[in-house]
Design a binder for this molecule. Structure first.
Ligand code: PGA
Ligand code: MN
Length: 467
């Protein structure tokens, strides 16, 4: 069993029911929908297909909606514009007409106030670099520093500039509503700057029937400055290296990744390492040595999940990418991992109960820790202890809770009905189901953490059993 979870972004290369089924068979645990490039109609269709393919296989597959967030983008460019070093180029706002082929409009009016002469403007993840040379009422004149082709809806980064766009733009609010109606398991907030941004998203989730978990994407210098308060407020953290590597000096990136993963482990928050993990596989069937090592590093660091973006949205080898992720993760996990001492500091009484159960399971070399969980929290605490030897089976009453555990390190969730009058019956029938499914074998020892309501009370208990 692979502990590290795999997230794959769906797109033109992977959005048919057949491809989704093949991605699940290849080990996709969570499907990500990138709202920068998705329509409502597509979201509904693809969610239906993911749910159908997962049910057919009786496995948990989570669905993550990733918002566009307060990002600045270029408008329509009928023909891509060739930019050469030394040339002048203009960004316009508010319907200002620029010279055709030498200018583009942007969706953010305040760019003219936020930028100063000498500031950098980066397009397409920093591939094209320009420097502000002139400031006017409704346009910004720049000098091109590095060459490139500028197209429509390209992402613009202004490193170090405090952008006055709201945490959730009108487009984000619409998308969040769509995600809540469709019942996605996770909503990722892009360009989080402080913990308050996440509380805004929670406010919108509070009144919804479905309660997706909130993912904070760390991809802005301010998020790095406010890292600990963001980790505490979020349900899950994503180290979004694409934008992070542009917003911060790139040599800081490995340090920020390491610090974020370590702090998440200490606080007990799941953490995702994302972007460019197998970038070269967009066009090639094999990863580079550097990519293999980068993926391995995230597994060594004990991230909960690793993520594919362009590799599975527009790449030529989406299934091979999953195979590469799966192979590397299994191999590195088998080697024991590097930073084994980084376990969550579990402090509440219920967390302490989980902690002692995990210590006991490891001591007994138990085959598995079977966690009976109502909302999934006891299973999350178990995962954040990173048991080295024992597998984690989370027994849940509902599919929704099982799917919400799809990106937690090492957790395999199964759905079984709970008998709230006789919790002991719940345990014995779930163990039988695990044996039938081939997940447990006769003679194996398991440690059971049960958190089941009995007579209107939640009773937490730990026990050991031989199957
Ligand atoms: P994006 O976020 O793919 O939505 O830009 C991830 C990243 O920036 O790494
Ligand atoms: Mn990003």
């Amino acid at each position: 069993m692979r502990r590290t979870r795999i997230i794959a972004t769906l797109g033109p290369a992977t959005d048919s029911p057949e491809m989704i089924g093949r991605l699940i068979d290849a080990g996709m645990n969570v499907a990500r929908l990138n709202m920068s490039h998705s329509t409502a109609e597509w979201v509904h269709r693809v969610i239906h297909d993911i749910r159908a393919e997962a049910r057919r296989r009786n496995v948990s597959v989570g669905i993550m909606m990733d918002t566009q967030g307060p990002s600045i983008r270029t408008g329509n460019v009928p023909n891509p514009i060739d930019l050469k070093p030394g040339e002048k180029f203009t960004f316009t706002v508010g319907g200002e007409q620029g010279e055709p082929g030498r200018s583009v409009d942007v969706n953010y009016e305040n760019i003219v106030n936020d930028l100063n002469i000498g500031d950098m403007v980066l397009v397409d993840n920093g591939e094209i670099r320009l420097r502000v040379s002139g400031k006017y009422e409704r346009k910004i004149e720049c000098e091109v520093l590095t060459p490139g082709k500028l197209g429509s809806h390209r992402h613009i980064n202004l490193p170090g500039v405090k952008i006055s766009l709201p945490a959730l733009t009108p487009k984000d609010l619409e998308d969040v509503q769509l995600g809540l109606e469709a019942g996605v398991d996770f909503i990722a907030l892009s360009f989080v700057r402080e913990a308050k941004d996440l509380r805004q998203l929670r406010y919108h989730i509070a009144s919804s029937k479905f309660k997706p978990l909130v993912i904070a994407k760390i991809e802005h210098q301010l998020a790095v400055n406010n890292l600990l308060e963001i980790i505490r407020e979020a349900d899950i953290i994503m180290v979004a290296r694409g934008d992070l590597g542009v917003e911060c000096p790139y040599e800081e990136l490995p340090i920020i990744q390491r610090r974020a993963v370590k702090q998440c482990l200490q606080v007990g928050r799941p953490v995702i390492v994302a972007t460019h993990m197998l970038e070269s596989m967009i066009g090639n069937p094999m990863p580079t040595r550097a990519e293999i090592t980068d993926v391995a590093n995230a597994v060594f660091e004990q991230a909960d999940a690793i993520m594919l973006s362009g590799e599975t949205t527009v790449g030529r080898y989406p299934l091979q990418c999953l195979e590469v992720f799966d192979k590397i993760a299994r191999r590195i996990e088998r080697s024991g991992g590097a930073n084994y001492h980084d376990r969550a500091e579990l402090t509440s009484p219920r967390q302490k109960l989980v902690k002692s159960a995990v210590v006991m399971a490891e001591d007994l070399k138990a085959a598995a820790i079977v966690v009976f969980t109502i909302r999934g929290n006891m299973a999350r605490h178990t995962a954040s202890m990173r048991p080295r030897h024992s597998r984690i089976y989370a027994v849940c009453e509902s599919r929704v809770i099982a799917d919400s555990l799809s990106l937690n390190w090492g957790v395999r969730a199964v759905v079984c009905p709970f008998n709230h009058e006789l919790p002991e019956k719940t345990i014995s029938s779930a163990l039988r189901a695990l044996v039938t499914a081939g997940l447990l074998k006769t003679g194996e020892v398991v440690v059971i953490i049960s958190s089941i309501s009995a007579e209107e009370q939640i009773v937490d208990a730990v026990q050991m059993r031989k199957i």
